[in-house]
Design a protein around this ligand. Structure first.
Ligand code: AMP
Length: 285
């Protein structure tokens, strides 16, 4: 039976009780509108823990003015049904007022890993993410927490956060789940018109071309980046970045290396999509 908790004050004792009963707690933070990408994180958590907690919270702190907070899909009933089907033990779905009561003023902020890529275009986003995830980690207590590599930079930042602050959390990054045609699953895909959905394929087409070039020996980061950019620039309305960076530092690579992160963020109409591949590590997207 999936138990649903809405109050932070009730969530912590529920996790403590599970640990006291000898369970290892697995945490999967989400903003809901669950799709197969989220479900893969839940499956990963089930492999690594025997008491699985899913949090569903559209975190206002990580949306800037003018972003899609108001129209972000909220599908609580079907999300709960999916959690039940998968045998999730506990769902924590708090209201914003419960997470950020009057007087709330603390921000958790990282200095370096938050700066490049997404940080350039969404400068306040990661402070919202790290703050809410710190709260979720503190409420949950010791656990294995599973995040998607679809948000590659977010996964790196949260790994750093747990290490830097000595949190007793094992932060795991789970592979990107894609549609049959290769598009990365995202709650935001539902904003796309059928025509935009077709054009959205340009990201994975570009990532595949770069992957194939890598497989045949191309190691020049500039050339690989340009391969992706050519595809995305042609079909997208606006491109925030196409980057070829070090998968660990997210900083520039000087010269050839044996792993390379290619990361993309681009807009189709009012929808912003992100995707990535780590060449030398990930399978063909
Ligand atoms: P969100 O609900 O969009 O905040 O995402 C919650 C978690 O699911 C994050 O750790 C995401 O990285 C992960 N996620 C979202 N889409 C995918 C996907 N297509 N494959 C794997 N993980 C994903």
């Amino acid at each position: 039976m999936t138990h649903v908790i809405r109050e932070p004050a009730d969530f912590r004792p529920a996790c403590d009780k599970a640990r006291a009963a000898g369970h290892r707690v697995g945490l999967v933070p989400t903003m809901g509108a669950l799709h197969a990408g989220h479900l893969s994180l839940i499956e990963e958590a089930k492999r690594r823990a025997d008491f699985v907690v899913v949090t569903i919270f559209v975190n206002p702190l990580q949306f800037a003015e003018g972003e899609d907070l108001d129209r972000y899909p909220r599908t609580m009933q079907s999300d709960l049904a999916r959690c039940r089907q998968l045998g999730v033990d506990l769902v924590f779905a708090p209201d914003p007022e419960a997470m950020y009561p009057a007087g709330f003023e603390t921000l958790v902020s990282l200095k370096e890993t938050t700066r490049p890529l997404e940080g350039v275009f969404r400068p306040t986003h990661f402070d919202g993410v790290t703050t809410v995830v710190t709260k979720l980690f503190n409420l949950t207590g010791p656990c294995v927490a599973v995040f998607g590599r679809k948000d590659y930079q977010q996964w790196k930042i949260l790994s750093r956060l747990a290490r830097d602050l000595d949190m007793p959390i094992n932060v795991v990054g789970s592979p990107i789940i894609r549609e049959d045609d290769g598009i990365a699953l995202s709650s935001r895909n539902r904003y796309l018109s059928p025509a935009e959905r077709q054009r959205a394929l340009a990201i994975v087409t570009g990532l595949r071309a770069a992957f194939d070039a890598w497989e045949t020996g191309e190691r020049n980061p500039g050339v690989l980046r340009e391969t992706v950019a050519a595809s995305v620039n042609e079909r997208f309305d606006r491109v925030d970045y196409v980057a070829a960076v070090d998968p660990d530092t997210l900083g520039p690579v000087d010269g050839p290396s044996d792993r390379l992160l290619l990361a993309v963020a681009a807009h189709l109409g009012t929808t912003r999509l992100i995707d990535n591949v780590v060449l030398g590590e990930d399978p063909r997207p």
